[in-house]
Ligand binder design. Structure first.
Ligand SMILES: [Zn+2]
Length: 402
């Protein structure tokens, strides 16, 4: 068997994810999710941005003290106050990492930071050296890397690696890159920055064009050794690369992506549900891997196929991601096969002419109603007992809450 190249999974749900509107978390909630991320098997948990608030400082400290199975990272801008604050918050960590960042694109330097390229380069190197004096694991991110001048970007990377950075994270801060161009950027950095072997290359992609996962995988193919991602793809604006999508892409297509991670795929669904509960919103129903419809089938031809052999229309099993099982949704696109299956499950097996009658009535009703409830079907079947369940039949199928 071909040897798989290891890829480090850096989860930033508690930092970048938390920055998205409506996603802020209290310290106790961060700790609960951090423990689940540890069970999931991520390598690095970015727990927060300690300088941003007293609450976040405490949250990072708490996660650092109690979650021992992962590396714990804290974010800091490139100045002594931020770096010191991050170092303090990480004091209890078994394996701490300080993550510093400074923009390198002209638009950020000119309008946001109001400093020259040379000043930014020196500031970055100084902050990294300071961080290294506190911690032997230091990550540096040239913010807005994909819109930075490549020559200059390479000079900054060289300076920070020489100052002691152990991971160089290339962020597509504004979600502007496309896969081929992004992988070329990684190749360029590997070719031009002589000292780059001393550090690992990481990527951090945003999803403004829906390309975060594709860009991340393109970068891994070009040699990136770490990907930054979030559960359910939450994060600034359109979000970050979704962890569950990256993992399952590698899991389902090892022929195309022979990379190894420590993630236990069966914990993906439970982690997604825990996050949804904490932030009070779920991913959209058609979200890959963890959406409520990710394993649902309504079309008759599909239902027949799935009931005979799930592989007809499923490239992975719901069980492989810890989901409660595929849902055969009864609606106007359903066929006799799925209907007969459901009737039998309800204790009313039908076949032959009787099935045709029930089917005709069912389709007539499904044309008028969006959701067919269990009691609707029982009424058609002429069952005496009408159950009180309020949930549509579509949901009555799943074993646990989804
Ligand atoms: Zn980000």
């Amino acid at each position: 068997m071909e040897l798989k190249r290891p890829v480090t999974i850096f989860d930033t749900t508690l930092r970048d994810g938390e920055q998205s509107p409506g996603c802020s978390m209290r310290a106790g909630e961060k700790l609960r999710l951090a423990r689940q991320l540890e069970r999931l098997g991520v390598d690095v948990i970015e727990a927060g941005f300690p300088i941003s608030s007293e609450g976040d400082y405490n949250a990072v400290r708490q996660v650092a003290a109690e979650v021992r199975g992962c590396r714990i990272a804290a974010l800091a801008r490139c100045n002594p106050t931020d770096v010191l604050r991050a170092a303090r918050a990480l004091e209890p960590a078994a394996r701490p990492r300080i993550h510093t960042f400074l923009a390198t694109s002209d638009i950020h330097l000119q309008f946001k930071l109001k400093i020259t390229r040379q000043q930014a380069l020196e500031q970055a190197a100084k902050a990294v050296a300071l961080a290294r004096s506190w911690c032997d694991d230091v990550e540096f991110s040239p913010e807005d890397a994909t819109r930075s001048d490549v020559e200059y970007l390479c000079r900054v990377i060289e300076a920070v690696v020489e100052a002691g950075a152990t991971t160089i994270n290339i962020p597509d801060t504004v979600g502007y890159a496309v896969p081929r161009e992004f992988s070329r950027l990684i190749e360029t950095i590997r070719a031009r920055v002589k000292v780059i072997e001393k550090a690992a290359i990481s990527v951090h992609c945003h999803n403004d064009l829906g390309l975060a996962v594709a860009n991340s995988l393109a970068a891994v193919e070009a040699g990136a050794a770490q990907v930054e991602c979030t559960i359910n793809g939450i994060g600034e604006r359109a979000g970050n690369a979704a962890l569950e999508e990256l993992i399952m892409a590698m899991h389902v297509r090892p022929d195309a992506m022979p990379y190894a991670t420590r993630v236990n795929t069966a914990e993906l669904w439970p982690t997604s549900r825990m996050l949804s509960e904490i932030i009070s919103f779920s991913p959209q129903p058609n979200k890959a891997i963890v959406g409520s419809n990710a394993f649902a089938h309504e079309a008759g031809i599909h239902q027949h196929g799935v009931l005979s052999n799930p592989l007809c229309y499923e490239i992975m099993t719901p069980e492989s991601v810890g989901a409660p099982g595929n849902r055969i949704v009864l609606g106007k696109h359903s066929g006799r096969h799925a209907l007969a299956n459901r009737c039998a499950q309800l204790g009313w097996p039908v076949s032959g002419e009787r099935l045709n009658e029930v089917y005709a009535q069912f389709i007539e009703l499904a044309d008028r109603k969006k959701n067919i409830y269990e009691q609707d079907l029982l009424a058609i079947l002429g069952a005496a007992k009408i159950p009180t369940a309020e949930a549509p039949i579509a949901r009555a199928q799943s074993a646990s809450g989804d």
